[in-house]
Each structure stands twice: as C-alpha cells, then as structure tokens.
Design a protein around this ligand. Structure first.
Ligand code: CO
Length: 213
C-alpha cells in the first residue's frame, strides 16, 4: 500500500505531475494562478487515508480546506475560525462540509484514552463528553466497532452544531447569506461517503438556523 518511502519520491512525482499538466493544457498553471474561487469549505480529520481531492475527484481550486484530529469545531481554534471567516466573508462559500470517518483514531482515543498523548486526549475531550452523554444508546449497539462508528457520526453532527453557534455563521445568517451545511462520513471499508441526515428542526428550535433554511 505504501508506495513512497523516500521524500524525494514525492518531489520527483511533483515534477512529473506538473509536466503532465502542461502537456495536456499549456495554460493550466496560468489558470490556477488566478485568485481562488472555491465553492466548498471542507472541515475534516487529518487522517492520511482521506485524500478529499481523490475521493471526490475534485481539482485544485475547488475546495477550501481545514483539517484537524477528529474534525473538531473548537471555539478556541483561531486557525479554524479564521478559515470560516475568510470562507464566508471573502470567498463567499455557500456550502460547508464537515467530514468525519469510520475507524477514526481521534474518536477511539476519546473513548479508550491514551497512555501518554495527553495533548491529543485534551483535544478530543468534547468527543469523550459526547460518548458519556450518549453512553446508554451507544452501548446498546453491543459491538465496539459499531459503537465507535456511531460516535463518529454523532461527532460530525455535534461539530456542525458548534459551527452554527459561531458568531461568524450567525452574522452571515443575519445578513441573509445562504450557507448550506453538510455532515458526511467517509466509510474507509467501502470508499464511499455517507451524507448524514441533519437535525434541522432541532437546530431551528434553538434558533441556530433561519426559518427559511
Ligand atoms: Co480521524
């Protein structure tokens, strides 16, 4: 599975890629060098098995990206908040996707704990909270893998809710910007993305979404 053992392989591949692009389209990089106009903001897990461009066959320039361990929307994360602000205020992005995945190490760490990686444990502590809050429902699934998979889905929904609670998003709604939210799960076992149902009525009930969403 691992095809490149040496970092120089990556640099060689880059040269081949750039040459190939020029061969098929001599203006490819002139186009790419223009200001970006991505349609989508993607917030995903850092896991190396989820190369979004490949699994959605999207091209450079199409997706504005933020990734962190276990796709968290954390209110103290200035990096993420800057990205959301830039995506909405400058790029006018209308679709925000939070993408989690099955077999997520961050979700597992939130349930099982880690021995030494205490910073990671801190980072995923909102997922631990989610786990304890839904513990009964999760344990009824009877199987650890199913339980972690379900928790990964719950995590996506919880992070979307956090996103809606940010002042940036609420300000965008007040100025009547149309922004649509998507909760996806990448199933590593099949290569397929699941589009999760979102609790829109519940969120409207909390005044997190405009009535005409
Ligand atoms: Co993950």
């Amino acid at each position: 599975m691992i095809q490149h053992n040496d970092y120089t392989d990556l640099l060689k591949n880059n040269q081949l890629w750039a040459a190939e692009k020029l061969k098929t389209d001599p203006e490819y990089f002139d186009e790419l060098a223009k200001p970006q106009k991505p349609r989508f903001l993607f917030i995903g897990c850092s896991d190396s098995r989820i190369p979004l461009d490949l699994i959605t066959e999207s091209e450079p320039g199409e997706i504005f990206v933020h990734r962190n361990i276990a796709n968290q929307v954390n209110f103290t994360d200035l990096n993420l908040l800057s990205i959301i602000e830039y995506a909405i205020e400058i790029l006018n992005i209308g679709d925000i996707i939070v993408l989690g995945h099955y077999k997520c190490g961050g979700v597992k760490a939130a349930v099982d704990g880690l021995d030494t990686e205490d910073i990671v444990e801190n980072w995923v502590s909102p997922i631990s909270d989610l786990y304890h809050f839904h513990r009964r429902e999760l344990e009824e699934l009877g199987d650890k893998t199913k339980m972690l998979d379900r928790l990964s889905e719950m995590n996506v929904i919880a992070q979307l809710k956090n996103l809606l609670r940010t002042p940036i998003i609420q300000r965008a709604f007040r100025s009547n910007k149309k922004i649509y939210f998507h909760g996806w799960i990448f199933d590593i076992n099949t290569g397929l993305i699941k589009d999760l149902p979102l609790p829109l009525q519940e969120w409207k009930g909390y005044d997190l979404l405009p009535d005409d969403y």
